[in-house]
Design a protein. Structure first.
Length: 208
């Protein structure tokens, strides 16, 4: 089923917003002082980057063929929503098939007004404009960091100490995700190991 922008008030059709992990790491570091305050530590960048990659499915050269296609970069990165944050942003939202819970209790939610994710592309934006997509990602990263700072300060405290399992535990305890905590932490560990040598991440780690 294809949903058109305007079907519901504030609804924006799903649009892919490709972004590499290296670009995301840079955006996290750039946005941190204004959104959270101070400078992002290496632990902060790695924890947040790994979670964004897990939530969106973004990968760096997932097939190990030396290239990363737009489709691979944006496999689940829709409308600039860096952390698949639910709700609306300035009234705008999008929707796509998503699971809640895990195991026997997992429920698959279909696209619609009861399954909203924040859209950083507005209903009046041109989604084919690269500048619109880049601006949407930047807004999404800032909003994601603001959410963590407001609702999950304990998670950020764990990330500062590079206690990544603690970071995931605090997110789960606060209701950020409903997947199995152990499986989520393992998946995030794997992603963190694949990106920790990216130049931008290395620079943050060395500065910290």
């Amino acid at each position: 089923m294809t949903l058109a922008t305007g079907t519901w008030p504030g609804f924006v059709a799903r649009v892919a917003t490709p972004c590499t992990p290296a670009e995301l790491a840079q955006m996290i570091g750039d946005a941190w002082p204004a959104v959270v305050g101070g400078g992002a530590s290496g632990g902060h960048v790695l924890a947040c980057l790994a979670q964004i990659l897990l939530e969106t499915g973004t990968r760096e050269d997932p097939n190990h063929d030396g290239t990363t296609t737009d489709e691979e970069q944006a496999s689940g990165f829709w409308n600039g929503n860096a952390g698949n944050v639910r709700g609306t942003y300035l009234g705008a939202w999008t929707s796509f098939r998503a699971g809640e819970g895990h195991g026997a209790n997992e429920v698959i939610l279909q696209p619609g007004p009861n399954n909203r994710f924040r859209s950083y592309v507005s209903p009046t934006d041109d989604p084919t404009d690269p500048e619109v997509r880049t601006a949407a990602i930047e807004r999404g990263v800032r909003d994601y960091l603001s959410l963590l700072d407001r609702k999950y300060p304990r998670a950020l405290a764990c990330a500062a100490q590079r206690d990544y399992r603690g970071f995931v535990h605090e997110l789960h305890a606060g209701g950020y995700f409903t997947a199995d905590e152990t499986a989520y932490a393992r998946a995030e560990d794997r992603l963190r190991f694949t990106v920790e040598n990216l130049p931008q991440v290395v620079a943050f780690m060395e500065a910290a």
